[in-house]
Design a protein around this ligand. Structure first.
Ligand SMILES: [Zn+2]
Length: 312
């Protein structure tokens, strides 16, 4: 070890303190957007966490999502059963237990899916939302169980089920246990469909991997927020496999809507209105559905008209 390393070691803590961002009791005051804008956090919050410059829909956690969705921000939380942690005693660069502990401290919740019941424009529904900050919103046994609890609750109470996906896919630390959640979750959706209970899926940025490959694209209607990344495999892997240039908007919500995989791309501020209108239509109780959907982006004829005609 030379004298430079010795000196640096001594000054490193001082340098760290010098450049540390001061965080108050309410967290950071400023947010950076990918467009280069520096946004005052309260202004961003007032704009539903959508950048006023580039309209990027910033990620929000399930509690914030429920606040925005439900009438007057009121909802009743539903708590799923909790499986035991770490069935495989898994370890990579850190232990899985350690990763769970950190994620729980950061998100103040036990896993990546939260459930709630409440009213959206007076329409009662059950909803679930994923937290990307909890190990990338990945799905293990706890998240799978939560999804199924939401579907069972919707089934038992004859309420529509709306699910907001935001995930990197299945949780590798649970290996086969996480993959087994895919058929379980699909089966719970099948029960809803067989009993004419609407299931609406909303894909947020990003919705990828096993989540896209299972429940996220199985809604009676599949909605996405603008510019959301929705994919199974990553673009780079696909590009290297097919050895072709991919379209610029590849794997975005708009691209998938134009190809028919997503039914609607809806801005965050319009989601409550669109979701409640769709549910009323799917349950045959709405008379003013067409005018409500005036907000839908009309670039491409949407398969929604076919779906809603079939439902009426
Ligand atoms: Zn921006």
């Amino acid at each position: 070890m030379n004298w430079i390393t010795e000196k640096f070691k001594r000054f490193k803590p001082k340098l760290k303190n010098l450049f540390r961002v001061k965080v108050g009791p309410e967290g950071k005051l400023w947010e950076n957007c990918s467009c280069g804008s520096v946004l005052y956090k309260q202004d961003l919050k007032d704009n539903l966490y959508v950048c006023p410059t580039c309209s990027k829909h910033h990620r929000i956690n399930p509690a914030e999502r429920f606040q925005l969705l439900f009438d007057e921000g009121k909802f009743e939380e539903i708590f799923p059963m909790l499986p035991i942690d770490d069935p495989l005693n898994f370890r990579d660069s850190k232990t899985y237990r350690n990763r769970l502990m950190t994620a729980r401290e950061e998100t103040k919740y036990h896993d990546s899916v939260r459930l709630a019941r409440g009213k959206v424009n007076e329409v009662e529904l059950v909803t679930g939302a994923m937290d990307f900050n909890f190990i990338g919103g990945s799905v293990g046994r706890a998240a799978g169980e939560a999804f199924i609890t939401g579907a069972d609750y919707a089934f038992a109470n004859k309420l529509p089920y709306v699910f907001f996906s935001q995930s990197g896919g299945m949780r590798m630390q649970e290996s086969m246990y996480s993959l087994m959640q895919m058929p379980r979750m699909i089966s719970s959706i099948k029960s809803l469909k067989e009993n004419q209970i609407p299931f609406i899926s909303v894909c947020l940025d990003p919705t990828t991997g096993g989540v896209t490959a299972s429940f996220a694209l199985l809604g009676d209607i599949n909605i996405a927020e603008p510019k959301a990344l929705i994919a199974f495999a990553g673009a780079r892997v696909i590009k290297e496999t097919v050895r072709e240039e991919l379209p610029e908007e590849f794997q975005t919500a708009e691209y998938l809507r134009d190809k028919g995989q997503i039914d609607l791309v809806v801005e965050r501020k319009n989601l409550p209105k669109v979701i409640s209108s769709l549910i009323l239509k799917l349950t045959n109780t709405n008379k003013t559905f067409q005018s409500d959907l005036g907000i839908v982006n009309e670039q491409q004829p949407s398969p929604i008209s076919t779906i809603t005609q079939a439902a009426s």
